[in-house]
Design a protein around this ligand. Structure first.
Ligand SMILES: [Zn+2]
Length: 496
């Protein structure tokens, strides 16, 4: 037996609803599913509208899933089960029933990209989503559906469309004109703070945030103030045990192998160019901490001239790097305890994006650095042109490992508020070998592959390319940082 309880709301909106057969088939169907259920027929009291009916019904509904069903049931009754399954499986918190043909492109443009179908009432909500969305709604007429869609976006609920095989011929709940009137009403209510604010941006604490894209199992949120993008839910286990650095009596012997003796891989060449940038900032034999060591190529290069320490959260990576003779600990930044003197420089190459709390991370890095110490980090730039043109197609890929993607201005502001001063911001180039580039072109634009191959033949291998990333060099200020945490202690950040 399932413990799922379903509350069915049937608003009576049509002129002559064929209600008895609807109720009978819904109840018969739900009995076969094993769900606990209750069905509420909502009629118009005192001439109040559709929105008011739903609010009244939802306030009394006790189910863990709340489903709104059309009174004439113009689709197979198992669509209800499909909607409940989407909510129960956790793949969505809000489900909108949709017909095949998409419409209302103009309304989508003015409001939010995902709207319910005006010809269907079929919708399902998790009880949390229903409480917040229906509770915050204000509109009484058919524009209520648009308001739900707007609020679902505002509060970062994950929405799925359910294609209902329907022969609906009911009056649409909103048309182009009435819909537009509702859009204006919704926008005005929002502008006058008529709706509760969503959880704030984790980078700049602005509440001007909205859902930017729905990706499998998650929602990407965007901040209109600092232009950062971030995942709605972080699945981060933050129970890091402290890992103490073990000081060694002697620094590892510097290898004197000639870097140019053998053909370098793209990764090695990238590491050397990063090292060259670091060399301009710190003297030789300086103490360097790398956070996120990856394949250890930077560590191998850096340990020849610096006292190198690396940390990485992945056991296998830390072990492989230790196998190369590097001083690498399997630790998160939060758990790492430096028992030696403070570091002269900290480097992070595309790692800062994976940290769930940027303010905490920067405070810890500041503690690990000596005053005047250098922070060198590379990251995507969500304001960069290359990022912007490829963003939509690479959304799910970008957020497979990353939690927050920063804009250049957000990072600069964040660093300055965390006790650093910016020394330089420049584009970050990386080396890619021809095999990678050929594959990259062939999978995206197969027609261009012969031309690209011909061009590559006359270019050096590996080739220096830009992925739209930036390199920021910042220095630890001596004075105390501004207290941004005071803001955070008042308002919770993140979705809802
Ligand atoms: Zn922000």
């Amino acid at each position: 037996m399932s413990s799922t309880s379903v509350s069915i709301l049937v608003p009576l909106t049509g002129p002559a609803p064929e209600l008895p057969s609807t109720l009978e088939s819904v109840e018969q169907y739900l009995q076969t599913t094993g769900f606990e259920f209750d069905v509420r027929v909502l009629d118009s009291r005192d001439g109040d509208g559709y929105g008011a009916m739903i609010r009244r019904g939802a306030s009394e509904a006790k189910g863990s899933v709340i489903v709104i069903v059309d009174s004439d049931l113009p689709y197979p009754v198992n669509a209800i089960g499909d909607a409940v399954a989407l909510i129960e499986s956790g793949s969505a918190e809000v489900v909108f029933g949709n017909l095949a043909s998409a419409s209302s492109a103009v309304l989508r443009w003015f409001l939010v990209p995902i709207l319910p179908d005006p010809r269907l009432h079929l919708k399902a909500f998790s009880s949390d989503a229903a409480r917040l969305l229906i509770g915050e709604s204000k509109i009484n007429d058919g524009g209520f559906d648009l308001e739900l869609a707007y609020l679902a976006n505002k509060y970062g609920f994950r929405i799925e469309s359910l294609h209902a095989n329907s022969n609906a011929n009911a009056k649409p709940s909103f048309g182009a004109i009435s819909g537009f009137r509702s859009v204006i009403a919704i926008r005005l209510t929002d502008r006058s703070n008529g709706y509760r604010a969503p959880r704030r941006c984790p980078v700049c604490f602005s509440s001007e945030v909205w859902s930017w894209a729905q990706i499998p199992g998650n929602v990407v949120r965007a901040c209109s103030r600092c232009k950062s993008r971030y995942l709605n839910h972080f699945d981060v286990t933050d129970d890091a045990q402290p890992v103490r650095r073990e000081l060694r009596p002697n620094a590892p012997a510097a290898e004197t192998s000639d870097e140019t003796a053998h053909a370098q891989t793209a990764r090695e060449k990238t590491s050397f160019s990063r090292l060259a940038a670091l060399r301009k900032q710190v003297a030789s034999r300086a103490r360097i901490l790398e956070i996120g060591v990856r394949d250890g190529t930077f560590g191998a290069a850096a340990s020849r001239e610096y006292e190198y320490v690396g940390i990485d959260t992945a056991v296998a990576i830390a072990r492989a790097a230790r196998g190369k003779g590097l001083e690498v600990y399997c630790s998160a930044l939060t758990g790492f305890v430096n028992t030696g003197p403070a570091f002269d420089a900290i480097t992070l190459f595309h790692v800062f994006e994976n940290m769930p709390d940027p303010h905490d991370a920067l405070a810890r890095m500041k503690d690990l650095l000596k005053p005047g110490g250098v922070l060198l980090l590379t990251t995507f730039d969500t304001e960069g042109i290359l990022y912007l043109i490829s963003e939509r197609t690479r959304m799910a890929h970008n957020f497979r490992t990353h939690l927050i993607l920063y804009s250049r201005s957000a990072l600069i502001e964040l660093l300055e508020h965390s006790g650093f001063e910016i020394a330089a911001v420049s584009p970050a180039f990386e080396y890619r070998d021809h095999r990678f580039l050929r594959h990259w072109v062939a999978t995206r634009w197969p027609a261009l592959a012969p031309i690209a191959n011909a061009i590559l033949r006359i270019l050096p291998d590996p080739l220096l390319v830009s992925s739209g990333s930036i390199r920021i060099i910042a220095k630890r200020r001596a004075g105390p940082p501004m207290d941004v945490r005071a803001i955070r202690s008042v308002e919770p950040t993140h979705a809802r």
